[in-house]
Structures are given as structure tokens and as C-alpha cells.
Design a protein around this ligand. Structure first.
Ligand SMILES: Nc1ncnc2c1ncn2[C@@H]1O[C@H](COP(=O)(O)OP(=O)(O)O)[C@@H](O)[C@H]1O
Ligand SMILES: [Mg+2]
Length: 497
């Protein structure tokens, strides 16, 4: 049966063109076009679409619209059509369980999606008698821009787990839909799980202290306890090409992110060959569908981490060789982040590069919290302001961002109040200061974290204050059951926020 497409776009020409292009389609028919939010609600009721294409809508933010519509019409599939500039928000849309295509829209892309949707619907009804969860269509996430073949490095991907291929996927070493997850067919699987604490440390300038702070926060959390047990903490080095997190803790660089990526690709290739195809012969669209059917098992991370013995911290380091980083694609990062979110870690800290590559943007959008690090110098402040502006324009929830000024000296040219005013921060938002500390340089060079330093250091207290604000755990002084209960309750409250 043909899938019905509703187009939401301020430009009537979009609908007219697609109507003509899809006139003879086996898979797709345009069932209407709307421009405003009110009108769209009406059309959702009256025209009964299967797919909603969100193009340019002046009135509202598309991510929010999609969430609102989905509440009332949970079966709908949403596609965000993005201009080249808007593609920066692709991970964000995908995280909301939307498909993303690049403008200009070609009816071929939409037909490919409708075709996939039809075949998946057929498969899921075939499997309707299977246990709960396994018949769901998996967390179907955007197919990304790979479909469009226009100039972007993004490969796009999805967490779609196709029920019909479940057994094969498991044989190929992917978890597929093996776990019975009670998730909505169109919502990313990860969104339905109890949340891990994923904290991204970012700062749009090199040398401001991102790696230092990621390391110290990771060590700080690894020493905290919850219910008598140390928190399970993972630090991830997302400086794919020039990461130094391992060095900052005197750790070996193998295994690492690249060993995981190789492992993913090996299984993906085996899986494709098991279907009688050669991976190299697949078209972009076919490749897209294959990637879309992958979901990693959260336990996979265990094979690729190194352990910092002194603190118990686990680290997923960046590749040893810069050339390896070139082979890490957008879909690997997506799959890995998704797996990490479902892993056994309580807290995951991601150290990033001072750039706006896919890796960094994904790390920002996957995070529940972002520590934005700068120094009290004009170029660092200016770039933070620019990033804040960009995030505000994308309706990024600002409450997720904690601002941190590192390397403050006793007398600075700019006061924290002046910096606050420049950033136009909400009055309730504080900037966390970290003092410039002689010991820091030494601690980086020797690989001994400040947080494991036995003495009293100014930087140590400041990092602890930031850590407490990020993860408000009560200290376990007496270990009494009541206290533990309370602590757990407060963590849960915070985890679910
Ligand atoms: N609070 C601090 N006090 C003194 N030196 C610091 C402080 N924070 C960072 N540094 C110095 O700055 C250098 C760069 O820090 P790093 O964490 O590698 O920055 P980034 O990851 O942002 O590029 C470190 O090697 C360290 O010597
Ligand atoms: Mg760094």
C-alpha cells in the first residue's frame, strides 16, 4: 500500500513539485501540504498521513513540533528536510527519532524511505506473534544525508532494528532487537532506557583545559560512591585525530575507539556477505539500509577500554594513528554513542576537540550535560559567545550547559560578572571558576591527576564544586540505609531529569 505523505512547508512550490514527481509512484502519494501549525493539526486528523515531511516552518521549531505531533499520532514517521547549513542539527533531529534528508528534496529519497517503511511494516506484522518488543520496528532513527549524496561527510545512520533480520543480525554479532525493549516503534531505543549520565566537556578553543577538566572530573566521579559501590565511570577521548587523554593518565593507547570501529565494520561486512552481497558493490541507499539495521550491544564497550588502575576509571581512548581517525565515520560514532548510553556506566565523560566536526556535534547533542570551558581571555570568550548563540538559535536546552572559566588568576582583566553579562546568561546561572594552579602543569606532564593529589590544592576544591553541581550525590558519611535510600532517590531524580 502506498504511504501517504503530508508536507509541512511555507513554500507551496515544494508540495507542487513533489506531487508531480511522485505522480506514478508505487510507494508514495502526497496527501496534502500545510504551512501553519493549526492547519497541520487539522490535516493530521483529516488526511491521515503516514509520513510527515517538515521542511521550512516559520512558526515553530521542528524538533518541538515533531514531539507534539507524535504524542497525538504515535505511528507517524517524521522527516526533517534540511538545508546545507541546517545539517549541523542532523544528530539532534536523529536523536528525536526523525529521519533527515538534505535539500533540495528529491522524490527518490522519499520513495526509498516509503519503500523501507512498507517492507518493515510488512515484516513487523509477520512477526506480530513474537514476544513484546521484538516485533517492534526498533529505534528507527534518521537515515541521514547519505541518501542524498550531496556534499556532506555525514553518512547518516539509524538504530533501526528490522525484526525480519533479527536472527541474522545476532549471528553477525549485533544485538539487533534481541533485547525485548518496550520502546515505541519510531522513537530512538536509547531514549526509552534509564538514562546514563553523559557529560561532554567542550570549549571552542585549544589549550583552555578541556582534557585536564575531563580527566579530573572523571577521576572525581570514579571516587564517588552510590549505595556503597563506586560509581562506574567511563572517559571517552573524542579528539579522534590528536587525542591525548591516554597520555594524561599514562595509559596505553590500545585498544581504542578505532578497534571498536574495525570490529563494527568487520561484522557489518560479514553480515552483508551473508546476504550474498559484496559490501563494496552496495549503492549508498543500500548501504544506508544496512547501517540502519545495526544496533550495537552495550557490552561491546568492555572489549575496547583501558583501565586506570589507581582510580578504577575506564577509558575509551582515541586511535593511536592519525590515519585511523580518518576511517571513523559518522555512523560509527552514532552507534558507539548509542551503545554507551545503554551501557553499564553510571557516568560517561567525553573530552572533545575545539571544533565543530560531526564527532563534536554528536557529543554535544547526545550529552545530558555540557561543560563549556574557556579561559578569561578575549578570543576564548568570543568563541564561547558564538557557540552559545548557535546553540540558542537551535533551541538547544541551555540548562544543560555549565560554564566554566579555567586558569583564573587573582587579578583578571575581565570579572566573572562581566563575562556573565557578555554571555547574556540567565541570572540563576553561575560560572564555575577554576584557578590557575602551578600543580596542574606538573600533573599533566606526570600523568598524575590533581584529584589524586594527597595535599590541598586550590584547583582540587574548584573541580569538586563543579563535579558536585554536575552530579549532586550526597556523601556517604555513615553508610546508614536511610541515607543511602535518600542518595539513590536524589540520583534517580537527577538521572531522570
Ligand atoms: N587550571 C590550570 N592551571 C594551570 N595550568 C593549566 C590549568 N588548566 C590547564 N592548564 C594548562 O593548559 C594546558 C592545556 O590544557 P588542556 O587540558 O590540554 O587543554 P585543551 O584540552 O582544552 O586543549 C595543560 O597542559 C596545562 O599545562
Ligand atoms: Mg584537549
Amino acid at each position: 500500500m502506498k504511504k501517504r505523505l503530508l508536507i509541512v512547508d511555507d513554500d507551496p512550490a515544494v508540495g507542487a513539485a513533489l506531487q508531480t514527481q511522485t505522480a506514478g509512484s508505487r510507494w508514495l502519494e502526497v496527501c496534502g501540504q500545510t504551512t501553519g501549525v493549526e492547519e497541520t493539526w487539522r490535516a493530521l486528523h483529516e488526511n491521515k498521513p503516514d509520513i510527515v515531511l517538515l521542511g521550512g516552518v516559520q512558526e515553530a521549531e521542528r524538533g518541538v513540533l515533531c514531539q507534539q505531533f507524535r504524542l497525538a499520532f504515535p505511528h507517524l514517521l517524521f522527516i526533517a528536510a534540511c538545508s546545507e547549513q541546517e545539517l549541523i542539527w542532523e544528530p539532534f533531529f536523529r536523536n528525536l527519532g526523525m529521519w533527515v534528508i538534505a535539500k533540495p528534496i528529491h522524490s527518490g529519497q522519499l520513495e526509498a524511505l516509503a519503500m523501507q517503511l512498507s517492507s518493515m511494516t510488512a515484516m513487523s506484522s509477520m512477526h506480530a506473534s513474537m514476544p513484546a518488543g521484538s516485533a517492534a520496528m526498533g529505534g528507527m532513527i534518521g537515515t541521514g544525508t547519505g541518501l542524498t549524496g550531496i556534499g556532506t561527510t555525514s553518512n547518516g545512520m539509524g538504530g533501526a532494528a528490522f525484526p525480519g533480520v533479527e536472527a541474522g543480525m545476532q549471528a553477525a554479532g549485533f544485538s539487533g532487537v534481541a533485547e525485548a525493549k518496550p520502546h515505541h516503534p519510531y522513537v530512538a531505543g536509547s531514549g526509552q532506557q534509564a538514562k546514563k549520565r553523559l557529560i561532554t566537556v567542550y570549549g571552542p578553543k585549544g589549550g583552555v583545559g578541556k582534557t585536564f577538566l575531563s580527566r579530573e572530573l572523571a577521576i572525581y566521579f570514579a571516587q564517588r560512591k552510590l549505595g556503597g559501590n563506586p560509581l562506574k565511570v567511563l572517559a571517552v577521548d573524542f579528539n579522534l585525530d590528536l587525542g591525548t587523554f591516554a597520555t594524561a593518565l599514562n595509559l596505553p593507547r590500545t585498544p581504542n575507539l578505532y578497534s571498536w570501529v574495525q570490529d563494527i565494520d568487520e561484522r557489518l561486512h560479514d553480515w552483508i556477505r551473508s546476504q550474498g552481497r559484496e559490501p563494496g558493490d552496495l549503492s549508498r541507499e543500500e548501504w544506508q539500509v544496512q547501517i540502519g539495521s545495526v544496533q550495537l550491544s552495550p557490552q561491546e564497550v568492555d572489549r575496547h577500554i583501558v583501565v586506570h588502575e589507581a582510580s578504577g576509571l575506564h577509558v575509551l581512548t582515541s586511535p593511536r594513528d592519525i590515519r585511523h581517525s580518518f576511517e571513523i565515520k559518522d555512523y560509527h560514532l552514532y552507534l558507539i554513542l548509542d551503545a554507551l548510553k545503554n551501557s553499564h556506566y553510571d557516568v560517561i565523560l567525553i573530552d572533545t576537540a575545539p571544533d565543530t566536526t560531526d564527532a563534536t556535534i554528536q557529543a554535544l547533542f547526545f550529552a545530558e550535560q555540557v561543560v563549556m570551558v574557556g579561559n578569561p581571555v578575549v578570543d576564548s570568550i568570543e568563541n564561547i559567545q558564538r557557540i552559545l548563540k548557535l546553540l540558542r538559535e537551535a533551541d538547544y536546552p541551555e540548562e544543560r550547559i555549565s560554564l566554566c572559566m579555567n586558569r583564573l588568576q587573582r587579578k583578571e582583566m575581565f570579572t566573572l560578572d562581566e563575562i556573565r553579562a557578555y554571555f547574556q546568561l540567565h541570572p540563576s546561572k553561575k560560572i564555575f571558576p577554576i584557578p590557575d594552579d602551578q600543580e596542574v602543569k606538573k600533573s599533566i606532564n606526570t600523568g598524575n591527576p590533581v584529584m589524586l593529589h594527597p595535599g590541598k590544592l586550590a584547583a582540587k576544591d574548584a573541580i569538586e564544586a563543579l563535579g558536585k553541581a554536575l552530579l549532586p550525590l550526597e556523601e556517604e558519611a555513615d553508610g546508614s540505609g536511610k541515607k543511602k535510600e535518600k542518595e539513590r532517590a536524589s540520583l534517580w531524580k537527577w538521572l531522570r531529569r
